[in-house]
Structure formats: C-alpha cells, structure tokens
Design a protein around this ligand. Sequence first.
Ligand code: ADP
Length: 273
Amino acid sequence: MKPLSERLRVKGREFKLKNWDPDSTPGCKDKEEALERTAANIARIDELQYRLYAEGRRSLLIVLQGMDASGKDGCIRKVVSAFNPVGAHVHAFKVPTPEEVNHDFLWRIHKVTPGRGEVAIFNRSHYEDVLVVRVHGLVAEKEWKRRYTVVNDFERHLSESGTSVLKFFLHISKDEQRERLLKRLDDPSRHWKFNEGDLDERVRWDDYQRAFRDAVAHCNTPHAPWFVIPADHKWYRDLAVSEIVAETLEQLDPKPPKVKLDVKRLAARLRRK
Ligand code: ADP
C-alpha cells in the first residue's frame, strides 16, 4: 500500500484544492484502524525523536496551517504528545507585535527554527504573510508575490543546513467549520475558544482558499513539501500527520553518536564508592 506521505503529498506546482476532498480518508478504512495506527505512530515518533536528539546533528520543522477550527491545536495536542519536551517546542504565531512589524517578515520565524537535534512545531507560520496579509490587503500584491520566492529560498536554506521541513495544510470543508464553531457556542467550557473575528474571516472563505491554493502551489518544493490533510475527521487528521512525521523521521534514521567507554574501568570506579 502506498504510504500516506506519498498519497497526501502535493505533486509539482500544479495544485487544485477542489481535487482534494476534506471528508475523505485515503489509505484508512475507519476510525478504529486510524486510532490503532496513530498510537503506533506516536510510539515510533517517541523513539525516533530520542535518537534525533541524541544524534544532535539534524532537526525537524513541522508547519501547520489551516482555516480557523481546522484542528491545528487539536493536532498539536495529539501529535506533540509524542515528543519529549526536552528537544521539542511549539510556537504559535499571532498578529505580529509592533517590534515584529518593524522587521522583515521572517525575523520572528527564523529566531525559533529548531536547533540541531530539535523538533519545532509551528502553529501558523511565515505562510500567514502570504495568506491573511493578502486577504486583508495588508501589503501590496507585488510584495506578497515576492514573498513566495523569499519563502522558498529560506526553506531551502533551512534544508541545506540540516532541517527537514514538513508543511501540513489541514483542509476542512466550510460546513465542517460551521459545525465546529457552533459546537464552541453550545458548550460554555469552549466559549473561551470562540472568537467573533472568526466569523468575519469565514465570510472571506473563498479568498482564503485561493490564497492557500497559491501558497501551496508556489511553495511546494522537494526540500519543503506540502501535504494536504483531509481534516473533516479528526481521527484521520491525527493519523495522517503522525504517520508522515514518523515516516520522515524513519527516513532520517538518526543514530546516536558512537562513544567509546571503558565500561570495565568505569564500573569498577563506581563500585569503589
Ligand atoms: P488561533 O486562531 O491560531 O488559535 P488567534 O485567535 O490568536 O489564534 O489568531 C491568530 C491570528 O493572528 C490569526 O487571525 C492570524 O491570521 C493572525 N496572524 C498570524 N500571523 C499574522 C501575520 N503575519 N500578519 C497578520 N496577522 C497574522
């Protein structure tokens, strides 16, 4: 069976979002199978991240993008639970602060890319600078178009410096978004998650879909591929992301450095006291 990394990977720069069904679950029969495989993936990730950290040479950057309520937080809770906090960190990118606005758009991003042996997970990312910024006309068209090249150069630089970059677009349908937002309204314990601004963004759904389509198409490269994750089913979303992360780490096959210890002498020393 084709691995999910192959099925869900965007091929080349020809990309049509309407060809991807957010309700589909390619390569997985049902929820029961998904939960089992996800648990196995999480165990694989746990072991592989330990080796990546011990090796201390390379790193992994995971970028999560998607519409509001597409499940970025949920996915992070699930998949990130696989990572040991020593050597992994999550960054959520919000509306830029005045200091951030005063710099080039990659300034705040580059500062928090993963160090050697580390994993970083971005909840939103530099892609906001070609998405929300475009939809709201925050910069001129010429500028957000220029950024595609800047982003590709930046990601190539990361990759050539030893960072594998995986980019996930959590793809939900407009109906599913409505259901999720309504659920937040129905449940007082989720009211903190409800943001009326999300309704204003929802009105711009088609503009966002166009912006996503173009960002994925222009910035899908061999060194930093995009994966479109059908995300109407949370169990499928978690399966797909965890499996692609596990596959990637397996391909990296990190190896702790070989250290020559004089075990006999050290043990004897320990036993003396
Ligand atoms: P989230 O929706 O991620 O849980 P928030 O409700 O705080 O968290 O939303 C973050 C907001 O910050 C989003 O509306 C997003 O579009 C916005 N944002 C992120 N990066 C930028 C950026 N570079 N320029 C403008 N807005 C941004």
